[in-house]
Write a protein that binds this ligand. Structure first.
Ligand code: XIL
Length: 666
């Protein structure tokens, strides 16, 4: 039986209040886990009404109609025809119908005319009028593909919030498009707060992305556990802060291309949140080879021009760092910017600088800083300028991954010793992207990590653990959660043993599904916001302050006798950079030493049928070209198709989803 279409309102802001109380229906999210939620919209298109859907606007040539050419059940579907480029497609607006800060699931069926190659995506316009895009999931294969329920939410600062289907240019059919309100998830209030557990030791914090802000339970976890420190996941990196148009405009107006123009619009929602809630912020990051556009190093800020001289780059660097701090302090005088990663990831595992090159020329390992300076001599001036312009109280860090591997560790120690003598560095940031693997083969071992802590502590500088996460094998379910718990305990015990040298412990994300390495479930909370064994393992046995559970009628205190304010002992019982395989050729998923459409096919096949068409280990590393580090996804195949179609160049890889999307709109 098909659900009847109901309760669609053409438009209007009164919609949300009315539809939320509409028709309560129990609805199964999928066969294993039953999520119950109210169906808010359900379109089977049998009544011929497609008025809630539009094309994507602008130059989108998509024509929407009701079709009886294909359908999943019943006899009709929504047909999107006339699509002239891959970003064209059917869109459904959310913010004129649904409530901000509420989580919804969207599910649907989609089919391409000949072959289905669709991406389900999300877009919104921020407070500064900039439109942002995010691919949510890819649907590839023959015939109808099922969009399993995808969670979406938005904040009240977002406008023009849409979900849409894109990909290829074939006609596309949509059927059984259902929006349900996700059941309100509560976080566990009866567990100790990490911030409290380590209250007397160091700040506990996390990385946050703008998406997190619209999820109430995610933000409840932040408030309870991670309010000691926030790092923007991407929004304060050079590619987010440098404003190319403004740089070029300033150059055209003045003839001076040494005064980079910046904007914190991407970070604004995060910084507004930190300001409102009085949360200290780690600045991440000023000088990095990655997520830094090549044009920043070119004459006239032009990708096709020559590299600038090191003399000119020094002036640019100083003006950039000056503007960065001045603007932050001007916009957010009340935020405690207590730490800053001045330089990120400048040393290789063997202790040498990175190779010179464009970011996209051969994987993300090459550095345009080294290209311009010839070596790592840009590090010292970066710290000098940071010291000169950073606000009082903002400590300056060198930050890196694989920081426990001997060659890199020695290079960092040597560099830090020299910078310390000059008084321009305050600490070392240990990213700590760790791999539990299956347990006994964890990398690094707890003892290797502990040894690194010993060496960095001996420098007499501060240490911050800046991006902690610890992965288990991809898609392994809960199988390795106990091993992960044991490993986390070992690592946090080592950190705790060095607490006199450590001022912050920052996790790189909150729940597994929101992690940059989501498939490898590296964090302390699961997608249902529940504490994992790893959480319990790190609080177990530590002194924890009494936990108060809020209740309108009574106050229950666990962990100590009610009414006593004494603290008691807890009664809780219970590959960022894989050093082995590195990229041989970005995009070369089938390892034939070239980048062709066959690589896109290899990725699509692997995603469709892991057993039969799995990529080789090398192929999988090469294939991860979009938002590299997040594993192989359909977006990686899209990027390779985009090369074939001439939207981007192979040298643009790796690329962010945002950059890919915007290239495909040109
Ligand atoms: C990661 C982000 O989490 C991802 O969203 C992005 O696609 C890539 O960068 N080391 C760092 C962080 O210093 O900035 C990186 O963050 C993870 C590795």
């Amino acid at each position: 039986m098909k659900k009847k279409t109901f309760n669609r309102l053409a438009s209007g802001t009164l919609a949300a209040a009315m539809i939320l109380s509409a028709v309560p229906t129990v609805w199964a999210a999928d066969s294993d886990e039953t999520a119950t939620g109210k169906v808010i919209y359900s379109f089977d298109f049998e009544d011929g009404d497609i008025s809630a859907f539009t094309n994507r606007g602008g130059n989108d040539t998509t024509v929407l109609s009701v079709s009886d050419e294909a359908s999943v059940s019943g006899s009709k579907s929504l047909l999107a025809s006339g699509r002239s480029t891959s970003w064209n497609g059917p869109a459904f607006q959310l913010d004129d119908k649904l409530e901000p800060y509420t989580e919804y699931y969207i599910s649907a069926k989609v089919k391409g005319k000949y072959y289905t190659d669709a991406t389900f995506s999300f877009q919104y316009t921020n407070a500064d009028g900039e439109t942002k895009y995010q691919n949510l999931t890819n649907l590839n294969g023959n015939d109808w593909q099922t969009l399993e329920p995808v969670k979406v939410s938005f904040t009240d600062e977002m406008t023009g919030v849409y979900v849409y289907f894109e990909g290829g240019t074939d006609d596309m059919f949509i059927d059984d498009f259902v929006v349900t309100e996700a059941p309100a998830m509560e976080i566990e209030q009866d567990i100790p707060s990490l911030a409290d557990v380590f209250e007397n030791d160091f700040k506990v914090g996390t990385a946050l992305t703008p998406n997190d802000l619209s999820s109430k339970p995610t933000m409840a976890l932040v408030e309870k556990h991670f309010s000691g420190s926030i790092t923007a996941g991407n929004e304060m990196k050079p590619d987010a802060v440098l404003n190319k148009e403004a740089c070029k405009a300033y150059f055209e107006e003045t003839g001076d291309d040494t005064v980079p123009q910046i904007s914190f619009s991407a970070a604004k929602p995060l910084l507004d949140y930190c300001q409102r809630n009085n949360i200290p912020v780690r600045i991440h990051t000023l000088v990095w080879h990655s997520q830094t556009p090549d044009w920043f190093f070119k004459e006239g800020y032009d990708d096709n021009s020559e590299w600038v001289s090191s003399e000119k780059m020094l002036v640019r660097m100083e003006n950039y760092i000056k503007a960065y701090f001045e603007e932050l302090v001007k916009l957010y005088p009340d935020i405690d910017f207590y730490a800053c990663d001045v330089v990120n990831e400048a040393w290789m595992e063997n202790g040498s600088p990175r190779e010179a090159g464009e970011q996209g020329s051969s994987g993300s390992a090459k550095s345009a800083w080294v290209q311009v300076f010839g070596d790592n001599s840009f590090i010292e001036p970066a710290f000098e300028f940071a010291r000169k312009y950073a606000p009082d109280g903002c400590k300056l860090y060198y930050n890196d991954y694989n920081e426990y591997m001997d060659g890199k560790l020695n290079a960092i120690v040597e560099m830090a010793t020299a910078l310390k003598e000059k008084g321009i560095i305050d600490g070392i940031g240990m990213q700590s992207h760790l791999d539990v693997r299956t347990g006994s083969d964890a990398f690094p071992s707890v003892s290797a990590y502990n040894k690194a802590l010993d060496k960095y502590s001996a420098l007499g500088l501060d240490i911050q653990v800046t991006e902690l996460d610890a992965t288990v094998p991809k898609d392994s379910g809960e199988q390795y959660f106990d091993a992960q718990a044991e490993y986390y305990k070992g690592i946090v015990d080592a950190i705790y043993a060095h607490k006199d040298s450590i001022s912050a412990l920052v996790l790189w994300g909150i729940t597994d599904d929101g992690s940059w390495r989501a498939a490898q479930q590296p964090l302390l909370f699961d997608a249902e916001y529940k504490a994992k064994p790893a959480f319990y393992s790190i609080v177990e046995g530590r002194e924890v302050p009494p936990v108060t559970t809020e209740n309108p009628n009574e106050t229950t205190t666990t962990g100590s006798e009610p009414d006593k304010s004494t603290t008691t002992t807890s009664t809780v019982t219970t590959d960022n950079t894989n050093p082995i395989v590195s990229v041989s050729l970005m995009g070369d998923a089938n390892c034939d030493d070239k980048i062709t459409i066959a690589d896109a096919t290899a990725i699509i096949q692997a995603l469709g049928n892991q057993d039969e068409y799995a990529l080789s280990e090398q192929g999988a590393v090469n294939a991860d070209v979009v938002d590299s580090g997040d594993g192989v996804t359909g977006a990686d195949a899209n990027a390779i198709q985009a090369i074939e179609a001439g939207f981007i160049k192979a040298s643009d890889l790796p690329i962010t989803k945002e950059a890919l999307d915007s290239a495909m709109k040109k």
